[in-house]
Ligand binder design. Structure first.
Ligand SMILES: [Zn+2]
Length: 144
């Protein structure tokens, strides 16, 4: 195991330059070293960086990339298809050649860079799931 992984997250970040999530994530690069790869395939995450050994266990973008694609890519593609239909009233095959490829391209192509950006942002801002304070332990601390 890489010795840097055994230290707390704050120390790990001090040993490496703080790389901007946009620069590393959009290219699918490791958020710590900027050289390794995040993905093993189109959207599947690697277990760890092959260059610096950073474990990607922290990465959990959930449905964030799909949300951004739905909001910023799918809507314009659907509007394009609707405007094309209303303005030109083309036969159905025109939509198969224009609207469908445009819709698929605007849905699939941004997924990978968006997922990389969200994972890199999680690392950069040290985002973690929230935890509730253990009420029993807090009471014990106040009694002693
Ligand atoms: Zn790395």
């Amino acid at each position: 195991m890489n010795p840097a992984e055994q230290r707390p997250a704050e120390n790990i970040q001090r040993d490496w330059p703080r790389l901007k999530p946009v620069e590393t994530g959009l290219r699918g690069r490791c958020p710590r070293c900027g050289k390794g790869h995040i993905f093993d395939g189109f959207l599947k995450m690697r277990d760890r960086c092959e260059v610096c050994g950073l474990s990607y266990d922290f990465a959990d973008p959930a449905d964030g990339p799909a949300f951004f694609v739905m909001c910023f890519a799918c809507v314009p593609a659907v509007i394009f298809a609707l405007v094309l239909q209303v303005k030109a009233e083309p036969p159905f095959w025109v939509h198969l050649l224009t609207s469908l490829p445009f819709l698929v391209a605007t849905c699939l192509l941004p997924l990978r860079p968006l997922k990389g950006w969200l994972v890199a942002s999680q690392y950069f801002y040290q985002a973690r799931p929230g935890r509730l304070v253990d009420a029993d332990n807090e009471l014990d601390k106040t009694r002693t």
